[in-house]
Design a binder for this molecule. Structure first.
Ligand code: PXP
Length: 239
């Protein structure tokens, strides 16, 4: 059975749009865990555009499921991870201008930093996952880093939709997953995944865990709309 880590960043995106306290990503995390998610992912970005430091602390206090902190390769983030001690840290590249994480880590450029961060995090009892493109050369380089998990970036697969290019992307992902297995690293996957595209992905490789955010949060808004309107109408009626 594939486990699900629900990324609640975009609950925080909605909250930040008004600058108040609602919707609360930690309340959303509790509901996701109640529904059967095995863990919660949050990405504390350098620009704090969605998740805030206090959310990270509150999620840690919850002590339910696997807390996965996505973080850039910076001293600030490393310090926060070592203080908060999530069960897992996922190292991701971060660009200020991007709408979402656009590609996997560049291990050629940042190999030394990644190895150092892996050592510091693992020493503190935090499992490390690297977010990598399913590129054969990059996957090979993961072996020397000390990370025990690699989350394969499925964005390219998700973006091509149901075309023949999807088959090619799936083959790339499968080859990457098999190679990681051979290297003794557990393959996970994430980015752009939805109810529509997870089936073909799991057919080519039985991932132990998927990280999914945007499609779940988007769907939650629509399936919750009727109830939210009914609650408001009830409040109006009772006046
Ligand atoms: N995994 C990583 C490393 C990510 O950066 C993201 C996006 O924040 C996700 C998974 C989730 O992607 P999505 O929101 O498209 O499901």
């Amino acid at each position: 059975m594939t486990e699900l880590s629900v990324n609640v960043d975009h609950v925080a995106t909605l909250r930040q749009a008004r600058g108040g306290t609602e919707p609360d990503p930690i309340e959303a995390a509790k509901l996701a865990l109640d529904a059967g998610a095995s863990g919660i992912t949050v990405h504390l970005r350098e620009d704090r555009r969605h998740v805030q430091d206090e959310d990270v602390t509150r999620l840690r206090t919850l002590r339910r499921g696997v807390m996965n902190l996505e973080m850039a390769l910076t001293d600030e983030m490393l310090g926060i991870a070592l203080r908060v001690k999530p069960e897992r840290a996922t190292l991701v590249p971060e660009k200020r201008q991007e709408l979402t994480t656009e590609g996997g880590l560049d291990l050629k450029r940042h190999g030394a930093r990644v190895r150092d961060d892996c050592a510091r995090l693992e020493e503190a009892g935090i499992a490390v996952s690297l977010f990598l493109d399913p590129d054969p050369e990059t996957i090979q380089t993961a072996a020397g880093t000390g990370a025990t998990i690699v989350e394969i970036h499925t964005g390219a697969y998700a973006n091509v939709g149901r075309t023949s290019a999807a088959k090619r992307e799936l083959q790339r992902i499968r080859a990457a997953a098999l190679e990681l297995e051979r290297l003794g690293i557990q393959p996970h996957a994430g980015h752009g995944l939805s109810v529509e595209n997870v089936g073909p992905l799991l057919e080519i490789y039985p991932f132990a865990e998927l990280a999914i955010g945007h499609s779940i949060i988007s769907r939650a808004i629509l399936v919750g709309m009727k109830q939210a309107v009914r609650e408001m109408l009830d409040a109006l009626k009772s006046r």
